[in-house]
Design a protein around this ligand. Sequence first.
Ligand SMILES: C[S@@+](CC[C@H](N)C(=O)[O-])C[C@H]1O[C@@H](n2cnc3c(N)ncnc32)[C@H](O)[C@@H]1O
Length: 270
Amino acid sequence: MSDLDALGRTALIPFWARVHDALLPSPILGDHAAAALAPEVERRFGAEPVGDATRVGCCLRNRAMDEWIADLAANGNSGVRTVVDIGVGLDTRLRRRPQLAEHYVEVDGEAIMNLRDDLLPGTGAVRVRADGMSVDEWIDAVDHQVSSVTVLVLEGVLAYQDPSRVSRFFADAARCLPGAFVVFDNLSPLAAWPANRPAALAQGRPRYVWSPWFTRRIPAGSQRLRILQERGFGDFPRDLTREFSNRNRIVYSLPPMRRAYRLTLARLPD
Ligand SMILES: C[S@@+](CC[C@H](N)C(=O)[O-])C[C@H]1O[C@@H](n2cnc3c(N)ncnc32)[C@H](O)[C@@H]1O
């Protein structure tokens, strides 16, 4: 039925999170483009059950990243003209925010990109079928004619990558795109451990294998990523996180856990 491998199938989780959110009276993201795709995605892959915490978490992540990218692109001083969305999955960001950036590059594997061509034609994005961790496979799609700054987006992607590949990715990205912004989510080993228990993996999600203790120590070549902003779910207004269970709320308010899952806005060294 499906030609998606286990990594490709992870795109269905945030997709269905957006669909269910869009049908609520007070959605977090309100992505009607996702809801419009739901019947066709269900026909091809079936509907994916998504719990409340996953729905809220995925949609807060999308929302925070939409806002960071939009702020960077709107800020004339940032020089941002290009966004490279690595592991774009079934995200409908350009339908949510059609004017987001002058150049929008989407990177994912062959099967996901074929699906995007079918389901989301004519968004204006440049689509690259590539291993996003291999910078040389997509760098030619970034416009070097203009003196523009790039935003690299890695949403729900890095945790699945082998740590040595993540190190190489940041080193290569710093060499090819010095000064680029990077937005990504990541979890510390304290959050990765419970997420990798057999019960949590029972539905077939691959293990989380990249989980840095501290983002400020992530190397990018001979230097380090410069962390500009970081948010855990506890940093969002309470009315957006009210559907997290009390247990989750308490656990993730304890100091070592407060940012055990975090959204990070960083800059590569220039
Ligand atoms: C959890 S989904 C997230 C999708 C999307 N970013 C979102 O937030 O809805 C992860 C996506 O990353 C893609 N992916 C994972 N590793 C990748 C790699 N090395 N190169 C390109 N795409 C990758 C998968 O195919 C999948 O579409």
